[in-house]
Ligand binder design. Structure first.
Ligand code: AMP
Length: 492
């Protein structure tokens, strides 16, 4: 099938050709004709599947006739994060370059005055995060009675971020006779309930199995025993074994740790920058564009800040922390292996992550090779299970104050505005100052391995760990090992 079979107008086809797409992706092939028919659509699709174009293309087609009135947008796209809003906006710019559509971006961190001015002029497409949209509504700057096309993007993330009450409020302000397109990477029961509420006789389209991880991503879990300092050392060793990394995204669970890791990487001579919700919007955008242009090679992120980032050439994702929310694993690794490219995803897991790791593996419903790292202590499932809630900490100065124990705060809280909506899972915990650059400088002077204790021998490449972990093979690899993939295994 080609784009011309989808019923798009010649201007749009030209714009698609200019971008370089030759064939529609499965979600585009399935969704576009139904959207053009005016049907509600419920799309279960991960980022990286081309889902954004599956709604932006037909929207441009449908909105090309008609005119917007002041303060009454004709269509609304709700998205959980500012970065995603920007990306959707870029999509409209690319595909809509031969169509004269007006659009406005209502996101936190930008001036109200400018957004209000745009609304006054009338917009065809309004791309908004829920908090900012409601703020403007409450100030009387916007009316939604003429908004006959609604897109809810990344619904599962909206749920995680506690945005659903806002979304429900917004939907209640829209005319009941409208077209609604609802996208989510996962279709958990709560999401299904929401779609039942918002959609009318939708065409259901699913392009991946539930919470499946991109097939183009080679995933590995690295088990190490230790705290943040050992994790950073391990990370550097893993990165060294991967050669010259040109573009990688590194995830931490908390904003504070994003800053610490970023600082540490810079101290160690890496080209890294941080991206999280405490940064002002202008520096977030600047960092993102430096990363996209290759001026910065490693982007250290929180989940929310990185949500939906579309940077096709990201070769690696490193999970410095196992995500608290297992669905985030899917989103994180979806930053690589995009648009058919190959990618690699490494997850560093300490014994405290045992439960989190099990949740991830249950969610993605497939095994990931689990390995240990040469020179680092590892741990077994049996050891983790026998902890029974007791925390086992190495007696190192750096980890003593570590706030790992606080990491598992659920991320369901809702804050007033999108300006502060990010990283809800972590904002309440930023009280301890752990090791920072100074400590890193000290450790940088020493050879990494000289500082380590060994409690038991590490298994060699290709060998199973001599423990009773039959379903969880663990191997080690050295700096010169190009790959350390063993057989696939599930953590019980
Ligand atoms: P998305 O899932 O919308 O985030 O899109 C993922 C990536 O796929 C983006 O880099 C898009 O530019 C790209 N993309 C979207 N549609 C196509 C297509 N039909 N052919 C090739 N790449 C595409």
């Amino acid at each position: 099938m080609s784009f011309s079979d989808l019923g798009l107008n010649p201007k749009l086809l030209q714009a698609v050709e200019d971008v370089g797409y030759t064939t529609p992706t499965p979600i585009q092939e399935q969704a576009i004709p139904y959207v053009l028919m005016g049907r509600d659509v419920m799309g279960c699709a991960q980022t990286g599947t081309g889902k954004t174009a599956s709604f932006t293309l037909p929207m441009i087609e449908m909105l090309s006739s008609g005119r917007a009135r002041a303060r009454m947008p004709r269509s609304l796209i709700l998205t959980p994060t500012r970065e995603l809003a920007h990306q959707i906006s870029e999509n409209f710019e690319n595909y809509g370059k031969y169509s004269k559509l007006s659009k406005a971006l209502l996101i936190g961190g930008s001036s109200f005055a400018e957004q209000t001015k745009l609304l006054e002029r009338g917009v065809d497409v309004l791309i908004a995060t829920p908090g900012r949209l409601l703020d403007l509504f409450e100030r009387g700057k916007i009316m939604l009675v003429d908004t006959k096309l609604l897109v809810i993007d990344e619904a599962d993330r909206m749920l995680d971020m506690g945005f659903i009450p806002d979304v429900e409020k917004i939907v209640s302000l829209l005319p009941p006779l409208r077209q609604t397109l609802f996208f989510s990477a996962t279709m958990a029961p709560e999401i299904r309930k929401l779609s039942d509420k918002f959609l009318s006789n939708p065409k259901e389209i699913s392009v991946t199995k539930q919470a499946s991880t991109a097939e183009t991503v080679e995933q590995t879990i690295i088990k190490i025993d230790g705290g943040p300092k050992e994790k950073r050392e391990a990370l550097r060793q893993i990165m060294a074994s991967e050669g010259e990394i040109q573009s990688a995204i590194l995830f931490c669970n908390r904003k504070k740790d994003v800053d610490i890791l970023n600082k540490s990487l810079n101290v160690h001579g890496f080209s890294a920058a941080a991206l999280h919700g405490d940064m002002v919007q202008s520096s977030r955008m600047e960092t993102l564009s430096d990363f996209k242009e290759g001026k910065v090679k490693l982007l250290v992120c929180s989940d929310v800040a990185a949500r939906g980032l579309d940077i096709p050439a990201v070769s690696h994702v490193f999970n410095f922390d196992v995500p608290v929310n297992p669905e985030d694993y899917v989103h994180r690794i979806g930053r690589t292996g995009r648009a058919g490219r190959e990618g690699k995803a490494f997850t560093i897991a300490t014994i405290e992550d045992y439960k989190g790791l099990r949740n991830v593996l249950t969610t993605i419903n497939s095994g990931i090779p689990v390995v240990s790292l040469e020179g680092f202590d590892s741990w077994t499932d049996e050891e983790a299970a026998s902890l029974k809630g007791r925390r086992r900490r190495r007696p190192t100065k750096v980890t003593a104050k570590s706030s790992d124990a606080k990491e598992t705060k659920p991320s369901r809280r809702r804050k007033k505005s999108d300006d502060v909506a990010e990283d809800v899972s972590s904002e309440a915990t930023a009280t301890t100052a752990v090791d920072s650059g100074a400590d890193e400088k000290r450790s940088a002077k020493k050879p990494v391995r000289a500082t380590r204790r060994k409690t038991r021998p590490t298994a060699v490449i290709g060998e199973r760990e001599p423990s009773s972990e039959p379903s969880n093979p663990t191997s080690s690899f050295g700096d010169h090992t190009p790959a350390f993939i063993l057989r696939e295994a599930k953590v019980a």
